[in-house]
Design a binder for this molecule. Sequence first.
Ligand SMILES: [Zn+2]
Ligand SMILES: [Zn+2]
Length: 210
Amino acid sequence: MLTKGIDIRASRTHNVGLFATEPLPAGTVVWLPCTKCSRWSREEVAALPEDRFASLDTYGHLLADGSLLLPCLGAYLMNHSCEANVLDFGLDFGVAVRDIAPGEEVTCDYATFAEDHGWSMACHCRSPRCRGTITTDEGRSPGLRQQWSTTVERALPRIAAVPQPLHDVLTALSEPYRRVLRGLTTLGEVSTGAAVHAPAFAAAGWSPPA
Ligand SMILES: [Zn+2]
Ligand SMILES: [Zn+2]
């Protein structure tokens, strides 16, 4: 599920991307996997024709259990940036890690999708800190993980301080969100180990809408 105030527009680095249409202050939860997101089981993934799987894998996330999640409401169109303004590291949702102004593209870091082993892409994000080739394997790099952790922890105390259009869904689905609202501020306290690509509801026998 994607928060309000975001629209799909032509992107300067990709065909299309997600753009803020209103200010999204640091701490705004921008998206989370929800029960309306499409999901294919490991068996269904195995039965997909190769080209169909390739196109779904481009936009979706392979989960630890071998299933595939395609975020709903266009959230799957969020592009990568090596200086992403949304991060999900250690969380089961994506949070704005700095203020996002209207007109700015909303981006995340694809290297955080660590379950999608062996995936890589040439990056054209134009950031001075561009890493060139993005791989999900680099998501295991200690330096990168420390950087994500520091950046996310700076945003955590903001979560309770800014409007959260997704509050009801987050309260229902996300234990890390509930912990943040109880005043916990480090990833060690907040994280359940269920990353954004492996949401808790996925393990509860939930199946995709027909
Ligand atoms: Zn959803
Ligand atoms: Zn880049």
